[in-house]
Design a protein around this ligand. Sequence first.
Ligand code: SAH
Length: 216
Amino acid sequence: MDFAKERERMVQRQLVPRGIRDERVLAAMGAVPRHRFVPAGQQRFAYDDCPLPIGPEQTISQPYIVALMSECARLDSGDRALEIGTGSGYQAAVLAAMGVEVWSVEIAAELSRQAAANLREAGCAGGVHLRVGDGWTGWPEAAPFQAVLVTAAPLDVPHPLLEQLADGGRLVAPVGLSVQDLVLVRREGDDYHRESLIPVRFVPMRGRAESPSPDD
Ligand code: SAH
């Protein structure tokens, strides 16, 4: 299979017609070898217009959703981003290809290990920091972040993640049960402006997000 050609087709048929305009997002997704982030048996589907399984109850998001979240984050080269749910490492690789420094937290140790290998083998590991843990608490030592991308769905946005946003920063997260709202939160000082973008379907956020009152 000609993966470079598949990748270009993905950009031109799935991202551009749906309104992704940020040239750096389009360039990053045109460059990052997505097929290296999916299990060997799934490689031929890597550039299809759908999410793919990467493990039990875990998926790598549909390319359009990765592009939308990357674009909504409005990141500049040199910015810092926090990702919750490393998964395959693909979203982190796309941000890194945009010149962003990425801190990514994954609750499943095995997936984090696999993501580290994927990033290395794809030549995308530069500027990506991985940690195993519950992303509910973010990565306070590396804060503040110009953007936070949450790629597993909590019932509501964990407040530590809002606190770790830089002034003027943006958080994108799927919020809710089964079918979620993709919400964008913009921080201005102590004000947080929230809007819903589109309905999405991500795996549920595990750990503290599952307890009835995660603040306890
Ligand atoms: N961004 C990933 C896809 C994420 S799938 C990619 O580009 O491939 C969602 C991931 O979130 C899964 O790997 C799941 O294990 C992880 N996850 C679920 N709950 C989490 C939590 N509380 N903290 C960190 N990661 C979590």
